[in-house]
Design a protein around this ligand. Structure first.
Ligand SMILES: [Zn+2]
Length: 358
């Protein structure tokens, strides 16, 4: 269902007052909207609703075939693939749904679809650009290395649904790419974005107490201490005027202009590999990017199968991640990059990295 249509439906719930014969109000029937759905796709309307349930004030109830199936014969169950889900509770059920139909459906469906649509365990990862992404493995509380510098990666955006995303990145001595902070904002002009980026540097602990100021004039005088904390700012090349604004403030901006490297087919495999190897992690505060990494869909064919090519949907955060990779690691496979190495202290060394060709 389209998001807009659903939002329209939400506006229709109406409460009604109850009156007695004398016309005195005795109660109220509260209007409510009840939505039921399976969790068919990780990037579907239902997943977005569940994600936003807290802030929208929805109550979420979840049930699956185990709540609706009828009592059945344990001896028969043992011989069916449903036994794996049932785990011998055959006599405990109080539902109405036919055991025979359940078994027939279990046999027809693959595990992924069954878990998503009949067990309500998880949304299907089918069709995702990053099926490897798992918040349990790739999201945690990270501690910024405030003695080192930070790399910014940005995907430009402004309109609703097209957030401007700035990722704050550091690479550890063991080569783990850490996204330590995020700005994920719609409808903000460039000067304000730069201001908010600097405020985020403060929030993350990169700015010394004596240079922390929220006065615009004073910030100008100490801006060099903010600039000194940013190793590089990766931007897409399409909008030179936006890049110029960031440079006017004194920040160094780098853009990847090689059309081959800018192809999604270059960056996506790098990210998939790092997700598999646990070399890419996100701080739990980066909720815009984390949400989209788990929803970013491939294009779907009319027959329901998927192309290995992303849709332009839920791509703000994932594009920013890709810009980080194609600017920081723009090397074809036969060329190896020497990872930042650990030097004295606990500093992440980001400068002076040497490239070597073999
Ligand atoms: Zn059973």
């Amino acid at each position: 269902m389209a998001w807009g249509v659903l939002m329209e439906a939400f506006s229709m719930a109406q409460s009604k007052n109850i009156y007695d014969k004398q016309g005195v109000k005795t109660g109220e029937i509260r209007g409510q909207t009840i939505i039921t759905s399976t969790r068919k796709f990780a990037y579907g309307t239902m997943e977005r609703l569940i994600k936003e349930a807290g802030e929208r004030g929805f109550k979420v109830f979840q049930w699956c075939i185990l709540e609706t199936i009828e009592k059945h014969d344990p001896a028969v169950c043992k011989l069916t693939p449903f036994d794996e889900d049932c785990k011998g509770r055959c006599n405990e059920y109080e539902g109405y749904y036919s055991f025979t139909d359940t078994v027939a459906n279990r046999k027809r469906l693959d595990r992924d679809t069954w878990d998503a649509q009949w067990r309500c365990l998880k949304p299907s990862a089918k069709g995702l650009v990053y099926p490897q992404f798992n918040p349990l493995l790739h999201v945690r509380k990270l501690t910024p290395d405030t003695g080192a510098k930070v790399i910014l990666a940005e995907d430009f955006g402004f309109a609703e649904g097209h957030a401007n995303v700035i990722g704050f990145w550091q690479v550890t001595s063991s080569g783990v790419k850490q996204m330590i902070g995020e700005l994920y904002i719609e409808g903000m002009v460039d000067d304000d974005l730069v201001w908010e980026m600097e405020n985020k540097l403060i929030e993350l602990g990169f700015i010394e107490e004596k240079y922390i100021t929220y006065d615009k004039e004073h910030r100008k005088q100490v801006r060099q201490f903010y600039i000194a904390k940013v190793e590089d700012w990766y931007c897409p090349p399409e909008e030179p005027s936006k890049i110029a604004i960031r440079e006017t403030y004194g920040y160094r901006v780098t853009t990847q202009t090689d059309p081959e490297i800018r192809r999604v087919t270059f960056g996506i495999p790098l990210i998939r590999k790092d997700l598999e190897d646990g070399l890419l992690v996100f701080d739990e505060s980066c909720i815009g990017t984390i949400g989209e990494m788990g929803m970013y869909p491939n294009k779907e064919r009319p027959d329901g199968t998927f192309l290995n090519e992303p849709q332009k949907k839920h791509d703000n955060g994932p594009d920013m991640v890709r810009y980080f990779y194609i600017n920081a690691y723009p090397y074809p496979p036969q060329v190896q990059r020497i990872e930042p190495c650990k030097e004295e202290g606990n500093e992440t060394i980001l400068a002076g990295i040497m490239d070597m060709e073999f």
